[in-house]
Design a protein around this ligand. Structure first.
Ligand code: ADP
Length: 481
């Protein structure tokens, strides 16, 4: 430490005392009596020279600090060592407490009198932000600790940077163990198709915001549990990218879904045969009645036949949906001309709804290798819906086109359209808009269409405006179709 410098000729004390705005300066005698204060002190803490000069400097200390004997200790320290430093509360004139950072040094004037020069900085706002960061941190830690979902944060080496209590409990790790886990090899035991690994890697490589993966996790000696794992990027400027993983247990939900599937499967199977018999009997009885010339039963026979057909159709749809859901659907692919198939579907819809105009506005001119009957079923669903959910004489436009090796088929109506809030639900199983309840249906048509197209690796979607109409689309990759 050098005690003099080339600047030693300058008038430091006056500059510090009279001209600084942020450094409050006090001159205190060795007994702690305040001799002088500068303007910055008055401005920062509200005292005038008259208020404070002549007082013991302990008035500036909080009661808690006075109890700890801090004023005396500070004086002793400065007199013994020449310097003292502290960070503590200071009492303002209005009794409010302000966080300050102060340094006191021993000074001697030209009459060889010793004094203590105390320089104080107001660090209240820094301290407040420090506290609010600590509070926020505690708050986050408490939330993290109390949520039931297992949560971890990993870096791009798949090292676990943070894990909450639910995670350690779920996998039976101690806090020490969790920090040492190589998450990549740990999760690979469950992530047999590397779906989670690929999703996380993709986030690190492309900075994609997030993705979701479903994973069955086998715990020794227990039933496997199913988790929805959401992966979210945590990227802050200048910091290494991290990924937040939230493991949400959906085992119970899956079980309920499975039970519902089983019931539906059962109902569809068990109803199908008796109903086929009922329909056969209806035809037999009808033939007999006709033979005997009993025409007064014609109307009620027709009603019975219609109802039996309706029931049969509903059970058919239910049956098909359970088959698609249980993953039993494998498209029976054959090469066919898309336009020919579309013409046939249009033709048979026209026969059912004779008064409605269906026009073809574009043709892709392409052959596809796909399950012809099933793709035709998708188009017929779209066409029947377009008619069902639009009134009167509005025409329906059907079109197919190719964009980037993808064939896109669309059905446009000028009907009632779909409210924006319902759009994300429209392809869900059993979903029917409240207004649709008056028309016949189970809410399975679009669900089935989506499953069929998805089984071909394609996509289904809709654009719609309430009151104006809808366009339903499906697309298939030509290369794989
Ligand atoms: P369903 O027609 O048997 O109700 P879908 O799965 O085919 O079942 O359709 C689901 C719901 O989507 C319908 O109930 C209806 O509310 C809505 N929807 C389908 N197609 C259209 C359309 N072209 N215009 C308006 N709403 C439609």
């Amino acid at each position: 430490m050098v005690n003099s410098s080339s600047f030693s000729g300058f008038d430091y004390y006056n500059a510090l005392f009279f001209h600084t705005k942020m450094n409050a300066v006090l001159l205190i005698d060795p007994n702690g009596i305040i001799l002088e204060t500068n303007d910055a002190f008055g401005l920062s803490f509200g005292y005038t020279e008259d208020d404070i000069v002549g007082q013991h400097f302990s008035v500036l200390f909080s009661d808690a600090d006075k109890k700890k004997d801090l004023p005396e200790r500070e004086i002793r320290m400065v007199l013994d060592t020449g310097q003292s430093f502290d960070n503590n509360y200071m009492v303002n004139k209005d009794k409010k407490l302000t966080w300050v950072s102060g340094e006191s040094v021993l000074v001697t004037n030209d009459k060889h009198q010793k004094c203590i020069l105390k320089i104080i900085q107001n660090i209240h706002s820094q301290k407040e932000s420090e506290y609010s960061i600590i509070r926020l941190n505690n708050f986050n830690e408490n939330i993290l600790g109390s949520i039931l979902d297992a949560v971890i944060v990993i870096d791009n080496d798949f090292e676990i940077l943070k894990a909450n209590r639910s995670f350690t409990q779920l996998f039976n790790f101690s806090d020490q163990e969790v920090a040492k886990i190589d998450f990549k090899s740990f999760i690979s035991k469950f992530d047999v198709n590397s779906e989670l690994y690929n999703a996380i890697s993709n986030i690190f490589q492309t900075s994609n915001a997030n993705s979701k993966v479903q994973l069955d996790i086998d715990f020794a000696g227990a039933e496997p549990q199913t988790f929805d794992i959401s992966c979210t990027i945590l990227a802050e400027e200048g910091e290494q990218t991290r990924v937040l993983l939230i493991f949400h247990d959906i085992t119970a939900q899956k079980q309920v879904e499975r039970q519902r599937e089983d019931i539906m499967n059962f109902v569809a199977h068990e109803f199908k045969n008796p109903l086929t018999n009922v329909m056969l009997s209806i035809e037999l009885v009808d033939a007999m009645l006709k033979e005997k010339g009993l025409s007064e039963f014609n109307e009620s026979m027709q009603l019975t036949r219609n109802n039996a057909r309706k029931l049969n159709k509903l059970i058919d749809e239910l049956y098909k949906s359970t088959k698609l859901i249980s993953g039993n659907f494998d498209p029976e692919r054959s090469l066919f001309d898309l336009d020919e198939m579309m013409d046939e579907a249009i033709q048979s819809t026209r026969q059912l709804f004779k008064k409605r105009a269906i026009v073809k506005t574009g043709t892709a001119n392409v052959s596809l290798s796909a399950d012809r009957d099933k793709i035709s079923q998708v188009l017929t669903n779209y066409l029947t819906n377009a008619i069902k959910y639009s009134d009167g004489n509005e025409g329906i436009e059907v079109s197919s086109k190719i964009e980037n090796e993808i064939v896109i088929v669309s059905v446009k109506d000028s009907g009632k359209g779909i409210p924006e809030k319902d759009l994300p639900l429209i392809f869900n199983r059993f979903y029917r808009a409240p207004e649709a309840k008056s028309s016949e249906g189970l809410g399975l048509g679009l669900f089935l269409s989506k499953q069929i197209v998805a089984a071909h690796g394609g996509k289904t979607w809709v654009e719609s405006e309430e009151g104006k109409g809808s366009i339903f689309f499906f697309s298939l990759d030509i290369a794989t179709s």
